[in-house]
Design a protein around this ligand. Structure first.
Ligand code: SF4
Length: 348
């Protein structure tokens, strides 16, 4: 792992972002923001799954009018996602949102940007400049690559805020194309002091989207770049949060709940490890302990291969060896594996 890029620290509500703060997991609601009850319900479900910052779309004045109620009904910082209309930004700020996602360069008049910044400064509310590869303005300089245009757009928007002495800034440069996003983030990471929010936009349905996001977000995090992340998936936001933690856990950047180590199985395997691993994975959803649990297909290599696991099983014909930290604990019958494993985990 490369050392983390140490950005300026900002506070999104009670969540510290940047510097050495934990890389936080964000998501975005998929309800109609005008339906405050449904939006609050979804946010609270996401809170239970570990979502640390939530963004809601604010497409119109009615949606902006629900933000106070939504804010009161939830426990994590609320970010209002606003495009073009500065009235919506002002309304969101007066509703007490913890952050704005806004591109100041998309607001036509300088006086309107300065009106928003004045209130954001008074309230110490950060603004995320969120540039997307799919909605870039025409290039200012011919021959620029997409990543260069993304960075140039962000820099132009950042300058608008800096010229107003506003520095509670977070930046994202999202693209569907993974190398494009990586290149853009790497470039801007050395140009600005602000924290970076990572995402691969329109990443797709769960399987493809998680892989694209893991490749893009994972690479950047490995390079030490990134302070908050969102996995964008065409499915419920609950899966976005789980995938976000899985990426962070894969890089040993966060701990949250168990990690399942399971072997791919091979010709040595004498048990149905594929089914067993699925059952164990489901069972582990009941615990929040940060443990590594291994499900291995044979007694020959199982304990050795899973020596980093806290607890696990190595299957044989009709039975399995239960081991802790690579050491044998007991031999259990096949039909007792799940119950015994769970009991041991509860005791740990
Ligand atoms: Fe094959 Fe055993 Fe390794 Fe599983 S643990 S892949 S069954 S050798």
């Amino acid at each position: 792992m490369y050392p983390r890029r140490l950005s300026k620290v900002i506070n999104i509500g009670l969540v510290q972002v940047g510097g050495r703060s934990p890389i936080s997991v964000q998501s975005m609601t998929k309800t109609d923001t005008r339906d405050a009850a449904a939006t609050i319900r979804q946010i609270r479900e996401l809170e239970d799954r570990g979502c640390e910052i939530i963004r809601v779309a604010v497409p119109d004045s009615q949606a902006a009018g629900t933000l106070t109620k939504i804010k009161r009904g939830i426990n994590i910082p609320l970010i209002a996602d606003i495009h073009f209309d500065h009235h919506l930004a002002l309304k969101a700020l007066s509703a007490g949102v913890d952050g704005l996602r806004l591109n100041p360069g998309n607001i036509s008049e300088a006086s309107k940007v300065s009106e928003i910044v004045k209130v954001a400064k008074e309230r110490q509310t950060p603004i995320r400049i969120g540039v997307n590869a799919g909605s870039l303005p025409p290039p200012a300089v011919s021959g620029q690559t997409i990543p260069q245009r993304m960075v140039a757009t962000a820099m132009r928007h950042i300058k608008l805020l800096e010229d107003l002495n506003f520095d509670l800034i977070k930046v994202s440069l999202k693209a569907f194309d993974v190398p494009t996003a990586i290149e853009a983030y790497q470039d801007i990471a050395v140009k600005i002091p602000y924290p970076l929010h990572l995402g691969i936009t329109e990443a797709g349905t769960p399987r493809a989207g998680v892989i694209r996001s893991a490749a893009g977000i994972g690479t950047l995090l490995y390079l030490g770049i990134g302070d908050t992340i969102r996995v964008s998936l065409t499915t419920t936001p609950h899966e976005e949060v789980a995938a976000g933690y899985d990426i962070l856990k894969s890089l040993n950047l966060r701990e949250r709940g168990p990690i399942l180590v399971s072997c791919p199985t091979c010709g040595r395997c004498e048990a149905d490890v594929i089914v067993l691993a699925e059952q164990v994975e489901k069972m582990l959803q009941k615990t929040s302990k940060s443990l590594r649990v291994a499900v291995m297909g044979c007694v020959v290599n199982g304990p050795g291969e899973a020596k980093d696991a806290d607890i696990g099983i190595a299957c044989g014909k009709g039975k399995a060896i239960l081991f802790k930290k690579g050491k044998q604990l007991a031999v259990v019958a096949e039909n007792e594996i799940l119950v015994r494993l769970m009991r041991e985990i509860e005791e740990m």
